[in-house]
Design a protein around this ligand. Structure first.
Ligand SMILES: NC(=O)c1ccc[n+]([C@@H]2O[C@H](COP(=O)([O-])OP(=O)(O)OC[C@H]3O[C@@H](n4cnc5c(N)ncnc54)[C@H](O)[C@@H]3O)[C@@H](O)[C@H]2O)c1
Length: 365
């Protein structure tokens, strides 16, 4: 089992990574003296596959406990889902001394975190991510929120969990497309962190896609370690943390343009390819490196399908991105591995050109 301590201005918490470590939750609840009035917020598929595993392993003596099951899809990542949880909390007389335990992917984690942040002005919560994406990214760092209208994650707050427990046992039921989604965020760290991690991923991509235990544990550990090092320096995304949005301006617009038929992590891979082309067009990345990085991403070509994508529509959606300032779209662009440009502004024609090049990349298998 591996452990990382995320040291933040708003408080510290531990992140545990390992296989079959769920039973550790009981000990940690005691050790951290967490509340014993517990509402579990569980993803529907996770509940279907792991109900017995979850409740055989969590043996803490709670004062009371209930569960809510969530259908994880972007169309339900809305205030209405949070409202259902508030209703249940109020109806069952849960007070400030409540602990929410989120067990699921990024959607469950983001909604549960948002409810924890807002119910009675803040209650404790624990993240138990069950997808690769949630393990390497969304469960750590305290960004919570929901979609509103046609804007992604536009309503939310920063609110940190008391503990993150990553039990890779949950991954055995993930299908290839969910593993690819997780890889979207891992690939992002490959560009952000350093040449060692990039080379390791380059060498082990096939093993990662097969979820080989030692490799996957290392990948999760390195990804989170990098994310924590960034969040520690800039918890509320005033500066450095913006680098974690690499590819995301394109990705969020793509998700909306494709009516969420493309998943977030897959959209991030497309977004990273768009960012590489844009960075090359601006002159930050030379042609040789561009080709090298595209070769690294070749493996994802056959695994991501883009249908009827209008570059103009995507651009219009990007104009509503929450990271824009003074009506201008701000980009995070790679220069080389570990070297990133934040808040780049680009001409409309270059943005549209980079989306078109990226579509060609994924269409020409
Ligand atoms: N808060 C953050 O910092 C942050 C960072 C990245 C992404 N996100 C958000 O995360 C969300 C995407 O998360 P996701 O990719 O985990 O998607 P998700 O939560 O929708 O889960 C994907 C699918 O996998 C299923 N599932 C979950 N665990 C499973 C398991 N162990 N076995 C089988 N099926 C399982 C779910 O039912 C769902 O159908 C997006 O909404 C994105 O905006 C948030």
């Amino acid at each position: 089992m591996k452990k990382i301590n995320n040291k933040l201005p708003s408080g510290n918490y531990n992140i545990f990574i390992g296989k079959n470590i769920l039973s550790k939750l009981t000990k940690e609840i005691e050790h951290l003296n967490l509340h014993k009035n517990v509402l579990f917020i569980i993803d529907r598929n996770v509940n279907k596959y792991y109900y017995k595993y979850i409740f055989d392993n969590i043996k803490a003596k709670f004062n009371k406990s209930d569960s809510i099951i969530i259908n994880s899809n972007e169309l339900e990542k809305r205030i209405a889902s949070a409202e259902k949880i508030y209703s249940q909390l109020i109806q069952k007389k849960y007070g400030r001394d409540t602990l929410l335990i989120a067990i699921g992917g990024g959607i469950v984690g983001d909604i549960a975190g948002f409810v924890a942040a807002t119910y009675m002005r803040g209650i404790q919560y624990v993240q138990i991510p069950t997808t690769l994406l949630a393990a390497v990214d969304s469960s750590v760092g305290g960004k919570t929120g929901v979609n509103f209208g046609d804007a992604k994650n536009i309503v939310g707050c920063f609110y940190q969990p008391k503990l993150v427990l990553i039990d890779t046992h949950f991954f055995k039921t993930l299908n290839q497309s969910e593993i690819i989604c997780g890889m979207g965020e891992v690939v992002k760290y490959a560009f952000l962190s350093d040449v060692n991690f990039y080379n390791y991923l380059n060498l082990n991509l096939n093993k990662i896609l097969k979820l080989e235990p030692n490799v996957i544990e290392k990948v999760i550990y390195e990804s989170i370690k990098f994310k924590c090092s960034v969040v520690m320096q800039d918890e509320r995304e005033d500066g450095l943390r913006k680098i974690l949005n690499l590819g995301h301006t394109f990705a969020h617009a793509l998700e909306i343009a494709q009516k969420y038929k493309i998943k977030h992590g897959q959209a991030v891979i497309v977004g990273i390819v768009c960012s590489l082309f844009l960075s090359n067009r601006i002159g930050y990345i030379n042609k040789e490196n561009l080709n090298l990085y595209l070769k690294f991403l070749n493996i994802f070509k056959s695994k991501i399908k883009l249908k009827n994508l209008s570059t103009d529509e995507m651009y219009k959606i990007m104009l509503k991105d929450k990271k824009n300032r003074n009506g201008k779209i701000k980009f995070v662009l790679p220069i080389e591995i570990g070297k990133i440009f934040i808040d780049a502004e680009c001409s409309v024609s270059l943005i549209i050109d980079s989306i078109s090049e990226s579509i060609k990349f994924f269409v020409n298998k």
